[in-house]
Design a protein around this ligand. Structure first.
Ligand code: IDE
Length: 445
């Protein structure tokens, strides 16, 4: 048996484009994901977020499920295209949806945790170059300042960005996510502007002196391990760590980009002329907490021909339906590393969870694999806390089965099953198990 601290914050997480639907309602205009998902071949089966979980209309029912499970907090994201459907034009109806959502959460004694940006950039911004345009910093500042003014007094935890790595590298470099570009210089320019917009939003938040509220950022961090004891594989692991982790951790916590990665990238992308003198000082504005999204680790072997001198090799552990190795001990390694090398400010695991092939049988879903995945990761979370680690909460990804980006509806991460034909919700065994963990504040072995 392993106990959590009495004030440990148990939650679940979702994001706007993945659950809301209602893409043309109350003044919302398209995001880059509305556009991208309609391009043939970009998403599994041509799936889009047009309807998703119809959460825009069913939010009261879904908050009722949160209450039933007993979560203490709910991490959701705000759809920028509902708030500013056109450049510079605020949409009160879009804001009113989130005010109603937050009111319903507070009525049920659930702490709202708002992610300002979870990848659904308004298409009007995309048309102006998106995150490649340094003006994106000003568009984002206007957006975040309006949110702080409208709901700053009822949202105790703000997350500026969800996974800058995905919003830049995966989206402008690898091309798997919207807008689907494959240009590594673009990816680093986008990453820089996203980080800069984070710093500017933190400055605005501080200047507004919003009481009883904290601000942070969520990074997806993937510990990298060498495939063998060969020196070249250790080098490959170092570069993989720079690619996934240090490129974002260092500017935020050390006020500089990692030199080894700058040297490595310079050959490919040329000069870093998009970085202005004052930028790193803005990016490294002090924050109140770090959000970490952890799912798995990477194992790498040296590869002379790859940009980052390495390629991933399959790990020995069991895999989830995403093909990601289940490696809960790597979460512990990661947390210890962050604590030792970066910060001992409060950390929240803002996403952790797994996709498995769920089968409905007489309105039940026996997802024991998901229970085991979450249980093992929570055990290592407790181990870190028992070491003195400043881990303050855990948000399970996700509340509902939802639109899994390029995988569409083919991958189910929810602890609540969604029948997308009928929109019926069915609590999986994992939801019942999580309810018990929260209620008892401990993990049974
Ligand atoms: O893939 C599951 C979730 C996804 O639904 C969330 O919107 C997103 O925040 C999220 N991030 C990761 C981890 N990072 C990642 C790495 C490669 C591709 C996609 C996501 C997993 N997830």
């Amino acid at each position: 048996m392993a106990n959590f601290p009495k004030d440990f914050l148990f939650g679940v997480a979702t994001s706007s484009y993945q659950i809301e639907g209602a893409v043309n309602e109350d003044g919302r205009t398209p995001s880059i994901w509305d556009t991208f998902s309609k391009i043939k071949g970009k998403t599994y089966n041509g799936d889009t977020g047009d309807i998703a979980c119809d959460h825009y209309h069913r939010y009261k029912e879904d908050i009722g499920i949160l209450k039933e499970i007993g979560v203490k907090a709910y991490r959701f994201s705000i759809a920028w295209p509902r708030i500013y459907p056109e450049k510079g034009k605020f949409n009160q109806k879009g804001m009113d949806f989130y005010k109603k959502l937050i009111d319903e959460l507070l009525k049920n004694n659930i702490k709202p945790v708002a992610t300002i940006y979870h990848w659904d950039l308004p298409q009007w911004a995309g048309d102006l170059g998106g995150w490649l345009n340094r003006d994106s910093i000003y568009w984002y500042s206007e957006y975040s300042q309006k949110l702080f003014k409208e709901i700053g007094d009822v949202v105790p935890m703000w997350i500026t960005h969800n996974e800058p790595w995905c919003a830049s590298i995966l989206s402008y470099g690898i091309g798997e996510h919207a807008p689907g570009h494959k240009d590594y210089r673009e990816a680093l320019i986008a990453a820089h502007h996203i980080l800069l917009s984070h710093g500017e939003a933190v400055k605005i938040f501080r200047d507004m002196n919003i009481k009883e509220s904290q601000i942070g950022i969520t990074l997806n961090l993937t510990p990298a391990y060498p495939a063998t004891e060969k020196e070249e594989d250790y080098l490959a692991a170092k570069y993989a760590d720079g690619f996934s982790n240090r490129w974002f951790l260092d500017p935020i916590f050390k006020g500089k980009y990692p030199v080894d990665m700058i040297e490595l990238y310079k050959k490919e992308i040329g000069e870093f002329d998009f970085i202005k003198n004052e930028d790193l000082g803005i990016i490294s504005q002090p924050i109140d907490f770090l959000g970490i999204n952890f799912y798995s680790r990477s194992i790498v072997k040296y590869d002379e021909n790859s940009l980052i001198k390495g390629e991933a090799v399959e790990g020995p552990g069991k895999k989830t339906d995403m093909g990601w190795e289940i490696s809960p001990e790597s979460l512990y390694d990661l947390l210890k590393r962050i604590d030792k090398e970066y910060t001992n400010m409060p950390i929240y695991i803002t996403e952790n969870g797994a996709a498995f092939k769920d089968i409905v049988n007489k309105d039940e879903v026996h997802d024991q694999e998901r229970i085991e995945y979450v249980k093992e990761h929570l055990k290592y979370a407790i181990k870190f806390i028992e070491d003195g680690g400043n881990l303050k909460g855990y948000f399970l990804w996700s509340l509902l089965d939802n639109f899994e980006w390029a995988y569409g509806y083919s991958k189910r991460f929810g602890i609540v099953y969604v029948d997308f034909e009928t929109q019926k919700r069915i609590l999986k065994d994992s939801a019942i198990w999580y309810k018990e963990v929260i209620n008892k504040n401990l993990i049974d072995n």
